[in-house]
Design a protein around this ligand. Sequence first.
Ligand SMILES: [Zn+2]
Length: 387
Amino acid sequence: MRAFVGTFVFPETGLVEAGALVVEQGRVVAFEKKAPEKAERVELSGFVVPGLIDAHVHLSFSGGPDPVAEMEAEPREATLIRAVGYLKAYLKAGVTAVRDLGSRDGMAVGLAYAVEKGLISGPRVVAAGRVLTPTGGHGHRHGVEVDGPDAVRRAAREEFKRGARALKLMATGGVMTPGVQAGAEMFEEEELRAGAREAEKRGAVAAAHAQGLFGIKAALRAGVKTIEHGAFDRWDEEAFHLFKQESALLVPTLAAPDGILRGEGVPAFMVEKTKKIAERHRENTLEAWRAGVTIAAGTDAGTPYNPHPNLARELFLMAELGIALEDVLRAATSYAARALGMEGEIGTLRPGAHADLAVLEENPLTTARAYAKVRAVFKAGEPITRA
Ligand SMILES: [Zn+2]
């Protein structure tokens, strides 16, 4: 039994309390005023939050100016080895869980396995494997091209059979595929429904890349639980309503356009497409939050100038928009846990949760810059780094 003694920030209530977090076999068992006599004491100085969660990363992309070209030019093994390095960097930054929403040959599934078996050190990885997209659709160069509900169903089953624990569907076009319009409809509602249903059956979360309003609504009606990006058109009341009715989350990935617009060496078509949607993207995110839509933090890390890890940047951008700091913390903890299908397991300090902890130098409810100053990290109660 181990007792972590310090000042804790509880995402659900927004309370900051001094006390002892009691951990047994890697899980939280209690929060008490004083550490039990028989427990091994670990004193922590700073502000302790649950280990942070990035709900949208691409471990096979480098975060360089043109990550797709870079990846295509290298052997598969090199991509894999780079990803192993990224995982270590995540842990050091206090990110103890990530959701990979599309990797080269679905290799993030193998990385998830390697972390779980203790072969490599890294955050918990919930991986979608390969993305599913219609023929010629967004992401087709590294995804599985499928058309019609039956084919989507079969492809989804195939990804789950390979070990995926999430599913990524393309509801609209995107910025990173040349010749594809960012807001254009991709999968039809029936195709999205077939995929979402397969995820639901396994207790997994289906995510949809969706930038146009039509695609966002189709995905929500189809039972997709996380909407990625959500840029492009101005949303209407129906969209806000659908989010709440379906208990779905928005993962805005503000760090993605933020990186692309730095521009240097980024393919011109990406910069052009991003310029058109960046402002609307920020406005949509703030309007959605004001309308009561639940927002989870995801970076889309791996895309241009969006390095692993970049969660601190995403959280800073959320706060800069005007999202309350309590919700910024929830976005990276309790809400992100829902996006990973791990609510109650991670992203919380409540009994039963994995004892994944990040110790921040400053109070994250006072400044969003706190996430960039991580003093110590624990995964399942074991130290990763200690100041
Ligand atoms: Zn992405």
